[in-house]
Design a protein around this ligand. Structure first.
Ligand code: ARG
Length: 462
């Protein structure tokens, strides 16, 4: 800790120190911190604030610091408050007195704001790559199982037949939005905060545009107070990650349902199943469950930081230190769940007979809408047709028959306008093909949508 100001350089109360020190968390930002320091040193020299020899000595020293961090790691030294002070202190050890010039025209306040933005770029890049890998797995399953059909569920009640590929591509749409959100939020963090100092700017003839270009930002800071106060980008990342995990959770929930014997549509490979410590027969979908649970964790972090930030006066307040853990842990969660979900999806095998049976189960009545549509084509108003078929279904349930089991005469008892071809309206393949509307489940539409996703992925993906 920097304690020069206090009587006899006395140390902080141990309990305060334990609360305040961030080194155990922010040492993971050392690469970003060093990148920022190098850019800062180059800028100081370009502006004549430090001499070229000082620049060279500092840059050589920072390389040594990087080597130490890489080879020995950064120990949790109780005498060091955070990663910024660890770098400065280690630099002094390897480079001597010139290290004292590194912090000219800079504050840890603009430094940490920079480090977080640089780390965000890395995590967003990883998240997008992870989403693409999952999209590949979904596309692969759709491609490999083009003809499989299952019931579409609404309210978890069997509704209408759909192609498995159509269902998987629905998850892909949500994930495409997640990838787009990740890309978009990076734009909001694309402002280099260096040059804000503690929050009011610097008294040196610095040129923030140089550090901004050096670190590949679109523009340097526009307001020094905002530069050190803003953590929107961490919140946006946490929010986007939450939504992504919500989508993984819904997918995970379907894996849990579909692998349960009550559905029996899907089977996870051994590598993605776990046994029970007591019940020898179990094949549990733990990974799918943990992906489902991840939404709670990511949301919790968003809520924690939003709550910490919401009452803060400008500019920097120590509460903002919480952002580091939120960013890092959110990134860590995505590193776990995205590859897991991609691996599970890629490894699923399908029980096409069970899926088909759920569609053809006489109690499913998944072709009831198709019979109503048949009546509409014969001039019956949809609402009337709906009522007639509803009565027919009630009657068939009582007779313990499915729609396919009924004779034309039985159908006509409730649906007098049913045509000679009414029974042929009651085929699963016919029902699929008939839904050829844009975005529908007709095989031709699904093939189109799958090809579009494959082309998008081949071109680098969303
Ligand atoms: N460890 C601090 C953080 O992560 C660095 C900034 C400290 N600034 C200060 N004025 N104490 O936020």
């Amino acid at each position: 800790m920097l304690r020069e100001r206090f009587a006899g350089g006395s140390g902080p109360d141990p309990a305060f120190d334990a609360l305040n020190r961030s080194l155990p968390v922010d040492r993971r930002l050392v690469t970003e911190d060093l990148a920022g320091s190098r850019a800062h040193v180059r800028m100081l020299a370009a502006c004549g604030v430090i001499a070229p020899e000082e620049r060279d000595a500092l840059l050589a020293g920072l390389d040594q610091v990087e080597a130490i961090a890489r080879e020995k790691g950064i120990p949790d030294d109780p005498k060091v408050e955070d990663v910024h002070l660890w770098v400065e202190r280690t630099l002094a050890e390897v480079a001597g007195a010139v290290a004292g010039k590194l912090h000219t025209a800079r504050s840890r306040n603009d430094q940490v704001a920079l480090d977080l933005r640089l780390a965000l770029r890395k995590f967003v890049g990883e998240a997008r790559a992870g989403i693409r890998e999952l999209l590949q797995a979904l596309a692969g399953q759709a491609r490999g199982n083009l003809a499989l059909v299952l019931p579409l569920y609404t309210h978890l009640q069997r509704a209408q037949p759909v192609l498995l590929g159509h269902h998987l591509l629905a998850h892909a749409e949500a994930l495409r939005r997640d990838a787009a959100r990740m890309k978009d939020l990076l734009r909001h963090a694309d402002v280099c905060p260096l040059g804000a100092g503690a929050g009011a700017g610097t008294t040196y003839p610095t040129r923030p545009e140089l550090t901004s270009q050096d670190l590949v930002f679109s523009e340097p800071l526009r307001n020094s107070i905002d530069a050190v106060s803003d953590r929107d980008f961490v919140l946006e990342f946490a929010a986007a990650a939450t939504l992504l995990c919500v989508h993984l959770s819904r997918l995970g929930e379907e894996i849990v349902l579909w692998t349960a014997p009550e559905f029996g549509f899907a089977r996870l490979p051994d590598a993605w199943s776990s046994g029970s410590s007591i019940m020898p027969q179990k094949r549990n979908p733990d990974a799918a469950e943990l992906c489902r649970a991840s939404a709670g964790r990511t949301l919790g972090r968003f809520v924690a930081l939003a709550t910490a930030v919401k009452g803060l006066p400008l500019s920097y307040n120590k509460d903002l230190q919480e952002s580091t853990a939120v960013l890092l842990e959110t990134g860590d969660t995505l590193r776990q769940v995205l590859p897991a979900m991609a691996g599970m999806i890629a490894g699923i095998t399908w029980d096409s007979a069970r899926m088909r049976a759920a569609v053809e189960d006489p109690r499913s009545f998944v072709l009831a809408t198709d019979l109503a549509d048949h009546l509409v084509r014969r001039g019956v108003a949809f609402r009337v047709a709906h009522g007639q078929v509803a009565n027919l279904v009630t009657w068939a349930e009582g007779a313990r028959k499915g729609l396919g089991d009924l004779s034309l005469d039985e159908i006509r008892k409730h649906c007098p306008q049913a045509g000679e071809d009414a029974k042929s309206a009651l085929s699963v393949e016919g029902a699929l093909a008939a839904r050829a509307s844009r975005g529908g489940t007709a095989p031709a539409r699904v093939a189109q949508a799958l090809a579009a996703l494959e082309a998008e992925l081949a071109a680098g993906g969303p």
